[in-house]
Design a protein around this ligand. Structure first.
Ligand code: ZN
Ligand code: ZN
Length: 134
């Protein structure tokens, strides 16, 4: 059950994918780059090995941006609805999936708050049971 494929899509549903657990990482990130990239207080991303991910529709609609000054920060969007979709890490080893693009419920929950000390003062999260890094 826990390694059942999960389906995801962008806002306009033209880009669709499948991702298979187990995840390498499932966590929140409060860094300034993730704020810009999402427009929200944090990003919640899932990382999986590339062989546990596949596009099922609309891959040709995807546009990629690699932040030049970053070692690995990147994002991809659907060019129709301009919303985030998963992207492959620059080293080609992993796929980073914005968890909010999932249409199915993952069996696990985020395990950590990344870059917690970089959070904005107006974050109001009561998930202090999770470990906070940095
Ligand atoms: Zn779209
Ligand atoms: Zn971040």
């Amino acid at each position: 059950m826990s390694d059942q494929e999960l389906h995801g899509s962008c806002l306009c549903k033209n880009v669709r994918y499948e991702v298979r657990p187990p995840f390498l990482r499932f966590s929140h990130c409060y860094c300034s780059r993730c704020r810009k990239a999402t427009g929200g207080v944090r990003a919640t991303n899932i990382a999986v090995p590339v062989d546990q991910f596949r596009w099922t529709q609309g891959e040709e609609l995807i546009s990629r941006y690699d932040l030049p000054e970053a070692k690995s920060f990147a994002r991809q969007i659907c060019t129709r609805c301009k919303c985030p979709v998963p992207h492959r890490s620059r080293d080609g080893q992993r796929v980073i999936v914005p968890a909010g693009t999932l249409d199915d419920e993952p069996a696990t929950k985020p395990a950590a708050h990344g870059h917690w000390s970089s959070r904005v003062s107006w974050v109001a999260v009561d998930e202090s049971d999770l470990p906070c890094s940095e």
